[in-house]
Ligand binder design. Structure first.
Ligand SMILES: Cc1cc2nc3c(=O)[nH]c(=O)nc-3n(C[C@H](O)[C@H](O)[C@H](O)COP(=O)(O)OP(=O)(O)OC[C@H]3O[C@@H](n4cnc5c(N)ncnc54)[C@H](O)[C@@H]3O)c2cc1C
Length: 580
């Protein structure tokens, strides 16, 4: 069974930086004597507004078309930045989910128990439409508004974000099959999170997971051995029987799962419910939970399908094409999630430096620390600008399917962003942790959690190399994606000499297609930084864009955090990034 919540754990009281006044030592017995005053220490970050304190996010929301959501985002920022809400993230990870395969009478149950804090985060995520907003309110800016909320919520806790994302991302795949839309879409989009272990038909809201990875193949799903045969008829929306396994299946208490399995026609996509339509338990068995280094609050499992029932989604043999609709959105959420990890690390670091003095001066006033903090802030600015621009591309892709530029940009730049932002985050988190020093390493600080999430975000939903190869695939199969990319970055030409030179270098890279696969990381690194620079040059304050160009384009390949050149206005960058 699950560990009982520790009754002694409560929301920590706010810290104080005042030296503690001592009672007279002689009045105490030696055992009671105070040994030292506690002062010059930081305090728990909390009771801030995660939206209001982030000017770059406010600007991006307005710029990319979701100005109408600002009041809602302000309220959401206050809720999520409250001390109690942030503490939910800690609790949800301290008490790990636990699996019961059987009940005490011996029946197979496959039930995972979570800490109430996890359920509370899920309830709030669904009530705030993080799984549904652009589908239920398909207006300009809906993806942008959702991305902003998602970015705020993911700063608090990443584990519950996984099923939230999967539920959001499944909709385009399911929409390939009208029968399944009629059966499930309304309940998937319901704002109610319903964690009860009941057949989907009896619940008020549903969550959706995804099963692709098998032992012998994750990136290469063509290696899948799980098979499916029709129960009666073949075809989209018809029932099939599935036999095999998945080596990773996160959030196994989801109500439905999009699963890849092979029919005799090829790899196909199925919607597998946890309960059969007749109300009996589906033969989807959880073998064990993964013992993961991070994303702990989210149970990830190994499962077996023992003749499990599932509906075919899309056409037989078109499984990868069907599920890729879902995967491209989960990849977008990985960008957003890693940007959120950067943000929380950054503000934790600044908050600490505002309070801690060393060698007679606050850390925030030490030149070398200013260099490092400003550099971490610049990385966040670049990640945020790219993420929110892609959110707008998703809006336009959904609302204006004829808009070729946005379609093509979304295709290539989501892979670029998933690769680059996720790749830049672990070192960012580690540097933010180092800013806090020894206390940053402690498990009751959020920093180790951020660091672990950062690493996982790079690996799932297509690891680094896979993203780079996906960029090459987009370039080769749809050369117009490259044109769309250069059209987008050309908007910033003439704004900074280093930028213009970087665009030229990049164009030269594309003239030479030899050994492109071997060079793919190098090329995608440049694609990412140039695109981020283009966005910042157009939209960020001059001191941000200039610093980004000087540090990322002037010293290509040599950049370590904290090595900004002296021309940079670090104070202005730090002041802008976190306003409380
Ligand atoms: C916490 C967690 C939860 C997960 N949850 C789910 C889930 O719910 N559902 C699900 O389906 N999967 C899930 N996964 C699995 C995840 O998506 C895979 O681990 C990932 O796709 C990589 O597959 P793999 O582990 O088989 O590694 P491999 O495919 O073996 O890849 C290993 C390495 O090789 C690289 N590589 C692959 N192909 C090439 C190539 N052609 N050239 C150069 N390099 C290459 C990859 O980038 C990677 O770095 C989860 C993983 C984690 C860590």
């Amino acid at each position: 069974m699950m560990n009982p919540p520790n009754p002694t754990l409560t929301t920590p009281a706010s810290g104080s930086n005042q030296p503690v006044a001592y009672p007279c030592a002689s009045a105490q017995s030696p055992a009671q004597a105070e040994t030292h005053p506690v002062f010059n220490v930081s305090s728990e970050l909390g009771d801030i507004n995660l939206f209001d304190s982030d000017p770059a996010l406010q600007e991006a929301v307005q710029r990319e078309g979701a100005g109408w959501a600002i009041d809602d985002l302000k309220q959401f920022g206050a809720l999520t930045g409250s001390r109690d809400y942030l503490y939910l993230g800690y609790l949800a990870n301290k008490y790990k989910p636990e699996l019961d395969t059987h009940d005490r009478f011996g029946h197979r149950v496959d039930v995972v128990h979570y800490h109430p804090a996890y359920h509370e985060l899920m309830r709030s995520a669904f009530a705030n439409q993080l799984h549904s907003l652009p589908w239920v309110n398909p207006v300009a800016g809906a993806h942008v508004a959702r991305a902003a909320k998602f970015l705020i919520q993911a700063q608090v806790e990443a584990g519950h974000i996984c099923p939230t994302t999967m539920t959001f991302a499944c909709i385009p795949s399911i929409r390939s099959t009208p029968k399944l839309v009629a059966l499930w879409q309304d309940k998937i989009l319901s704002p109610q999170y319903d964690p009860r272990n009941l057949p989907a038909s009896q619940k008020n809201g549903l969550t959706v997971g995804m099963g692709m990875t098998e032992k012998q193949g994750g990136s290469d799903v063509r290696a899948n051995t799980t098979v499916a045969v029709p129960v009666h008829q073949r075809g989209p929306g018809e029932g099939y029987e599935i036999t095999g396994h998945k080596w990773f299946l996160s959030a196994p208490m989801c109500d439905l799962f999009l699963v890849l399995a092979k029919t005799d026609a090829g790899v196909s996509c199925f919607l597998v419910p946890r309960w059969r339509p007749d109300g009996s338990k589906n033969s989807l068995q959880v073998i064990r939970l993964k013992n993961k280094m991070g994303n702990v609050s989210n149970a990830s499992s190994e499962v077996e399908f023992r003749g499990a029932f599932g509906w075919l989604v899309g056409e037989e043999s078109r499984g990868v094409a069907t599920i890729i609709e879902m995967v491209s959105l989960t990849r977008f959420d990985c960008m957003t999630g890693s940007t959120a990890i950067m943000r929380m690390g950054l503000i934790q670091a600044i908050h600490h430096c505002q309070q801690r003095a060393v060698f007679g001066k606050k850390l925030i006033a030490q030149p070398l620390m200013q260099n490092l903090l400003a550099d971490l802030a610049l990385e966040y600015e670049g990640a945020l600008a790219l993420t929110m621009r892609m959110a707008r591309a998703l809006d336009q892709k959904q609302l204006d399917t004829d808009n070729q530029h946005e379609n093509l940009l979304a295709r290539i730049a989501t892979a670029i962003g998933k690769y680059w932002i996720c790749k830049r985050t672990p070192n960012h988190s580690y540097e933010a942790m180092e800013v806090i020093g020894g206390s940053g390493v402690m498990e009751d600080s959020p920093m180790p959690r951020l660091y672990r999430e950062a690493v996982i975000n790079t690996i799932w939903e297509g690891s680094g190399n896979v993203q780079c190869l996906d960029v090459l695939r987009a370039m080769t199969k749809t050369p117009a994606t490259v044109e769309a990319y250069f059209k987008e970055v050309s908007l910033a030409l003439g704004k900074h000499a280093l930028f213009d030179q970087a665009v030229e270098r990049l164009q030269a890279e594309f003239q030479n297609r030899e050994n492109l696969e071997f060079r793919a990381r190098n090329v995608v690194d440049q694609l990412a930084v140039v695109l981020q620079a283009a966005l910042l040059l157009q939209h960020a304050p001059d001191y941000v864009a200039t610093a980004f160009c000087l540090s990322r384009l002037g010293q290509q390949g040599m950049h370590n955090y904290g090595s900004l050149p002296v021309e940079v206005d670090a104070t202005a960058i730090i002041q802008r990034t976190y306003q409380v």
